[in-house]
Write a protein that binds this ligand. Structure first.
Ligand code: TXA
Ligand code: MG
Length: 554
């Protein structure tokens, strides 16, 4: 059968089409509709034959129950009975919205909707198109996510088309889903109520409304397929792209460190937090939201997993957010996709990123931190060492620039620096190659110093932010100094003339950049003693911040 896609951008202006869609549903057809969470594959919940079509189109096992969708809270008694106070309280607070409640099923809802259970899962979606379609249909709609069984849930009409083309008549395109992960599922037939699936209505939100709830143990691990579970859907390997997913849990700085060290290959994929993508230039990389932007992660996760399939990646390395708030839902989907094979990256090491223009006194600051007990990692030194020893980096440099970069078996860093100085594109290529290797080596050394018992490490890196090495850091410190001081120091230190010195300084970011990017600033007034005292003060402060376990912005 031919699959038609109808776009609905304005519910009011497109009432006619919506009326027709309602009619099609009432007549027993199955169609895909947008909701705020993911796209659903909807059919009349009162019509057994229509419901069967859903299972057929999806290739869904018959023992996995469906969610029944209604358009207002007042329809709830038409599908469920013995509705507890708590359910009404939650419905009043979170409907329409991404919350599904499992309640006692009314007998006129066919048992096949609930895969034979005497309960029914009910939800009232807030997407205006979904809501209008349910109203137009005039019947409750049974709808699972509109993916082929086992695939990640679809968050755009195009995803639905990829999965169900020629298997369903119609896809209603209502744009990209705003939430991006499926609704929260809460079982209110047990006492206390039990969370079966985390979603955008979070545990603290639910508990604020109805008190303490239980978390189903399936959220934390794979369950025995023979075990009788309250939500049969949970036993299937859901949300899964074709490639195996390795899920890295822990602080975002340490998960990144671990993935860098794992060294993903070009035919593999990385799902990382936004900001780290430049560290994986030759790998399929999908940035799915900033580390602390859980709603962006929720919105982008499934599309990223699908993109991995499109690129046919062999393996996926994924940074996983913490089990809190909306991130609990994101983490849950990722862990399920990975079959709960987790890489635990807990770390006690506090990583300090130190940066500033050349000549500001960074190195002095680093050695003060070192004297106070931090391990000191010097990015420039590491680059120097790697250019002698890292074959992979050397091969990449020769491939991109030509054999001249090697002299006497070593990388001629001076020739390289000179050649690329005025060529922005070449400079970018060089950085693309070297930063990745340097950061991988930094990651390795961070692990090493942590094993040696260090509690603090400082990365001294002039291009801390440009190289994305800041993503490995728990806190960043910028060192600044007056231009006159910088000129004086560079000229005497490096033996270059004023023009050359100015050229070098102008190629580096201005003071404002460091104020904007760094958590803390040290201003070098030109006196070594003052700089030492100030640095000691800053290190003390950092120790205090992390002994309390919290980071503050300066
Ligand atoms: O956001 C959503 O909920 C989306 C959109 C389309 O509304 N729907 C969705 O449906 O995710 P589905 O079928 O992919 O997931 C429904 C989940 C499954 O884990 C299923 O086992 C559980 O809800 N479920 C359904 N009925 C249940 C019941 N009576 N008791 C326990 N769990 C139930
Ligand atoms: Mg589903």
């Amino acid at each position: 059968m031919e699959t038609e896609i109808i776009k609905i951008t304005d519910v009011d202006k497109q009432q006619n089409i919506i009326r027709q869609i309602g009619e099609v549903l009432r007549c027993g057809e199955v169609i895909a509709i947008p909701t705020e969470t993911v796209y659903g594959l909807a059919a009349n919940a009162r019509d057994e034959a229509a419901v069967k079509k859903i299972f057929d189109a999806k290739g869904r096992p018959q023992d996995n129950p469906l969610i029944v969708h209604i358009s207002t809270i007042s329809e709830l008694p038409n599908v469920a009975e013995e509705i507890p106070q708590d359910a009404l309280r939650l419905a009043l607070k979170y409907w329409p919205g991404p919350l599904t409640m499992v309640l006692k099923r009314r007998s006129d809802i066919p048992a096949s909707v609930s895969a034979g259970l005497d309960t029914v899962a009910v939800r009232c979606p807030s997407h205006p198109v979904a809501n209008a379609i349910i109203r137009a249909a005039g019947v409750p709609l049974a709808a699972p996510s509109a993916n082929r069984s086992g695939r990640p849930s679809p968050t755009t009409a195009a995803h639905v088309y990829d999965d169900l083309k020629d298997r369903i008549r119609l896809i209603v395109d209502g744009g990209a889903c705003s939430v991006g992960v499926e609704s929260t599922v809460l079982d209110l037939t047990s006492t206390p109520p039990r969370l079966l699936r985390p979603g955008a209505v979070t545990v603290p939100e639910i508990e604020a409304a109805i008190g303490k709830i239980e978390i189903d143990k399936s959220l934390f691990g794979e369950i025995d397929p023979d075990e009788k579970v309250s939500s049969p859907g949970m036993k299937y390997r859901h949300y899964a792209p074709k490639a195996p997913v390795e899920v890295y849990c822990g602080k975002n700085t340490t998960t990144l460190r671990a993935i860098m060290q794992a060294n993903p290959k070009p035919n593999e994929g990385v799902l990382c937090f936004t900001g780290c993508e430049s560290l994986f230039p030759f790998t399929h990389v999908f940035a799915y939201g900033k580390a602390d932007d859980y709603s962006a992660q929720a919105k982008n996760l499934f599309a990223a997993l699908r993109a991995c399939d499109d690129q046919r990646v062999r393996k996926i390395y994924a940074q996983c957010p913490p089990d809190e708030g909306l991130a609990l839902a994101v983490a849950n989907r990722l862990k399920k996709a990975g079959g709960f094979e987790l890489v635990n990256c807990e770390s006690e090491l506090v990583v300090i990123g130190l940066t500033g223009k050349s000549g500001t006194g960074k190195t002095t600051v680093a050695s003060v931190f070192g004297n106070m007990g931090a391990a000191v990692l010097d990015a420039d030194r590491i680059y120097e060492d790697l250019s002698l020893s890292d074959d992979e980096m050397r091969v990449e440099l020769v491939t991109h620039f030509g054999p001249w970069v090697i002299r006497d078996g070593q990388i001629d860093r001076r020739a390289l620096a000179k050649k690329i100085y005025d060529d922005k594109k070449m400079r970018q290529t060089l950085n693309l190659i070297t930063h990745r290797h340097v950061i991988r080596e930094i990651s390795r050394q961070l692990n090493k110093v942590e094993k040696q018992g260090y509690r603090f490490a400082v990365i001294d890196a002039p291009l801390l932010f440009e190289s994305a090495a800041n993503e490995l850091c728990d806190i960043t410190v910028g060192v600044i100094a007056s231009k006159a001081d910088l000129i004086k120091r560079i000229m005497s230190r490096d033996g270059i003339d004023l023009t050359e010195t100015l050229k070098r300084l102008d190629a580096q970011p201005d003071e404002k950049f460091y104020y904007e990017h760094c958590d803390m600033i040290i201003r070098n007034n030109g006196t070594k003693k003052d700089l030492t005292v100030d640095s000691e003060g800053v290190f003390d402060k950092i120790q205090k911040i992390f002994s309390k376990g919290e980071k503050t912005d300066e």
